[in-house]
Design a protein around this ligand. Sequence first.
Ligand SMILES: *Cc1c(COP(=O)(O)O)cnc(C)c1O
Length: 398
Amino acid sequence: MKTLPDQRGYFGEWGGRFVPETLMAPLEEIDRAYHKAKRDRAFESRLDELLTHYVGRPTPLYLARRLSARLGGARVWLKREDLCHTGAHKINNALGQALLACEMGKRRVIAETGAGQHGVATATAAALLGLECRVYMGAEDMRRQALNVYRMQLMGAEIVSVAGGAQTLKDAINEALRDWVTNVRSTHYILGSVLGPHPYPMMVRDFQSVIGRETMAQFRQSVRGLPDLVVACVGGGSNAAGIFTAYVPHTRVRLVGVEAGGRGPGAGNHAARFAGGGAPGILHGTRTQIIQDENGQVEPTHSVSAGLDYPAVGPEHVNWRDTGRVSYTTVDDHEALEAFHLLAETEGIVPALESAHAIAHAAKLAPGMALDANIIVNLSGRGDKDLDEVAKVEGGES
Ligand SMILES: *Cc1c(COP(=O)(O)O)cnc(C)c1O
């Protein structure tokens, strides 16, 4: 099988590099530095060491017995990315890119953040490596995620409030790109998911693919063979790409990505790029599937989970959809909240609302599968960050 993307950063007809001229050279520089780092044993062992002793890898692959028994079908396993330092998979990528920034001699990193999870991961990596850090965040998101703002500031990051547009993630990315254009000599932009211009979708996938490599080995050791089904939620698509990549060549393993169905169909109610209103377009430097109106204007999205609330999806996912290797489905807010409770009650694990979407889909499929079938769910993060939101929504204030 040919490995993607191609030289120009395309996954089939998706991806590429749609940026102003001033960003072409810096993207080339990252591409070169990344390829060099990949072949560099010293870089690899430094990253491995940090992933082991700082992040806490390998994360467990845990058989959720009580959840499986409750569902009455297939066995459900959880890949515990919620146990990573900072509480989600995002640190895998932030740390990889921060190390790469050091390799490139850049002493300053910038990032965008929506709910604050990628900002926290970046601020963490920057503090660890002694890098200057600035995080762009929509003014509305800053208000909703005040605790994460404080957390980033504690680690020495400067948080910049973005007042333009809807004051959310999309607008924060625009501002971060603007900063990068201006300060490109000193600064590396740590993008948070498998999005943006080439080489980001490839590089972020590769930094996250440790999830799938570990899962594969752990499953072989406890059960032998391969699981029947792997499920992950899809915001930009980095945790899903991280666990899917190892399994893509193994075509008998079914792979399912779960998007946010939000309040249901209709513009502004969901973030389902595949099942809902998505169409081909270009956003933030990449050609992909985007939720837009008939004039090509990006439409507002909604999800109870901030991490899935984004109008575009990583280009490699669109190619996986085209080739049929991965299928995509939706879980709505209500189902995700039910799964949030289900996992807490049966296993004593409070999942991130994003991850609860994947749990919900596994819970739909498990009862119809054989008792000796195996489902692996990527538990992308822990739910502490969502407790306030869930309490509020369930208190009827939504
Ligand atoms: C950010 C986030 C997501 C969504 O991002 P992906 O790039 O699609 O993985 C999912 N789960 C958690 C816990 C997150 O913080």
